[in-house]
Structure formats: C-alpha cells, structure tokens
Design a protein around this ligand. Structure first.
Ligand SMILES: C[S@@+](CC[C@H](N)C(=O)[O-])C[C@H]1O[C@@H](n2cnc3c(N)ncnc32)[C@H](O)[C@@H]1O
Length: 280
C-alpha cells in the first residue's frame, strides 16, 4: 500500500468527486429522515495544500486552485453545497486546508445522520481519527474497504449513499470494484452508490460501467471529466464516477457542471467530458 492521497488532494479528480458527493448529500437531506454515508476507502480526511506532500506534485493548483473565480449561476448552484462546506472548513482549519470526503461529510451531516468509513493504511487511519475528533455521528475503522462494505450494507437507516473510492493499487482492483459494488447494491437496492475510477484505459471503464449497469439498477449515470489527452504518460488526465440510483436532478446538474469544469480545468485542448445514463 504505497498510495498517499495527500499527493493528489484537491486535484481535478477530487473536485469532481467531492462536488458530486456534496450535491448528492444535499439532495438526500431534502427529506427529514436520517441518512447514512458508508465509505470503503476514506483517506486521511483533511489535507494541507501547503504541506511538503502536496508540494511534491502541486496537483491541487490545476484542481481546486483554479476554482476561485465564480462560474455562471447555474454552475454555482451545483457547486454550492461543496463550496459552502469548503468555506466553513477553511475558516476552521486554515485557508490552505482541503477536506477529503470524510471531513466533507462531517461538515454536511445533520445531527441524526451517520458516517462510517474504512481506511486500511495505519498512518492514514491515525490521521483520519485525529481529523474527525470526537463526533458521535462519525465512525472510522481501520479495516479493508471491501470487508467494510459487506459489514455495513445495508445500513439501518435505509437512506443514504455509499462512496467507493479505491486506490487502484491491487492488480484485481477493477474486478473487485465491479464485484463488490454489485454485491453491495444487491443488498441495498435503493441506496445511492458512487464509484470513482481513473481513466487511463477507457476499456476498463467501459467494462466496469457495463457490469454495474448489467446488475440491474433502476437508474445509473456515468460521468467523466478529461483534462487532457488520456495517453499523457505518468499523469492522470481523466476520471469518472459511476452512480447507481442517482438523485433525479443529478444528470441536469452534471450537464451544467462538466462542460464548465472541462473548460476551467483543461490542461490542453484535449479536455472534455461525458454524461450518460447507463441505466434507466
Ligand atoms: C483515493 S484515496 C481515498 C480518498 C477519499 N475517498 C477522499 O475522497 O478524500 C484511497 C484510500 O484507500 C486506502 N486504502 C488502500 N487499500 C485499502 C483497503 N484495502 N481498504 C481500505 N482502504 C484502503 C488508501 O490508504 C487511501 O487512503
């Protein structure tokens, strides 16, 4: 396990994932019943973009670093839950802080909502526990993410979402991702499942999305953001989110957001996006 998210925090891929995560949570909170977020690969929770780790790649400069200027109002509407949470977290932790998914959830969850996240890497887990502090709504376990999904799905609330965001280090990660997500969705067919993937070899993404759609969710959405030619060596240039049971408003939101992000975050003229219902 060599992957350290601190090198990548706040990059274009984080921005897409975190904006969509905040949007989905905000949508689910339009009803009063409590929700639960189950996260398989949680990371450290909070990052400092001024740290040596972030400086090693400076990826955030081409991600969250480009988002200060406002977009058109219809794009800002989509960004709002994430921007609001980011503002509050930065007011508390400093202007160079960047919240990962656990801290974003912590900021967004209401008193009755719950989060449970798994992180296997010991040092990262310690950082996560420390970042979460004492908060009865937020539970983190040092355990394998696939085991955590099997153990915690379906949650007793029956409303909420699963975020599945592996490190893509294991040789069989793509197969595990399809298999474990499908199995988890079968146990919780009304849950929203958000699955992040890197876009390096588009065939892997086609196979993953095909397998998830074949599982039979009523609706599923495939979103992708490319900031450069995918063949650019050694540098991630595209990523995707497959979302099972997305909020019905998410496709329109993504259709506003993705072209704006592709334009703002472009590293070359090969930037682009994809937004497609793959089920429903
Ligand atoms: C992409 S990062 C997660 C980022 C986080 N979801 C966010 O958006 O802020 C993936 C994390 O998975 C952790 N990890 C690697 N193998 C794991 C496993 N088998 N189970 C749980 N976590 C694992 C890595 O240490 C890393 O922190």
């Amino acid at each position: 396990m060599n992957y350290r998210h601190a090198f990548h925090a706040g990059n274009f891929a984080d921005v897409l994932k975190h904006v969509m995560l905040a949007f989905v949570i905000d949508y689910q909170q339009q009803k009063p019943g409590p929700i639960r977020v189950v996260e398989s690969h949680a990371g450290a929770g909070l990052y400092d973009l001024a740290s040596a780790a972030a400086a090693r790649t400076s990826e955030w400069k081409d991600g969250v670093g480009r988002l200060a200027a406002p977009f058109a109002p219809e794009v800002e509407d989509v960004l709002k839950p994430w921007r609001d949470a980011l503002d509050v977290l930065r007011a508390g932790h400093g202007a160079t802080s960047y919240p990962g998914s656990p801290l974003l959830c912590q900021q967004l969850l209401r008193a009755d909502d719950r989060y449970i996240g798994a992180e296997l890497q010991p040092e990262t887990f310690r950082a996560l526990k420390s970042a979460l502090g004492r908060d009865a709504r937020m539970k983190a376990f040092q355990m394998d993410g696939w085991q955590a999904l099997r153990a915690n799905i379906p949650p007793k609330e029956r409303r909420g979402l699963a975020l599945i965001d592996p490190a893509f280090e294991a040789a069989d990660e793509w197969q595990a991702l399809a298999r474990e997500t499908t199995a988890a969705w079968r146990k919780w067919p009304t849950g929203c499942f958000m699955v992040w993937y890197p876009l390096k070899n588009p065939r892997q993404a086609d196979e993953l999305c095909g397998a998830l759609a074949d599982a039979g969710p009523a609706t599923a959405l495939r979103l992708e953001l490319m900031v450069d030619d995918l063949d650019v060596a050694n540098r991630l240039a595209g990523c995707g989110l497959a979302i099972l049971n997305p909020p019905w408003t998410l496709k329109a939101a993504a259709d506003a957001l993705l072209p704006a992000l592709a334009e703002r975050l472009a590293r070359s003229s090969r930037a682009g996006f994809r937004s497609e219902m793959i089920a429903g």
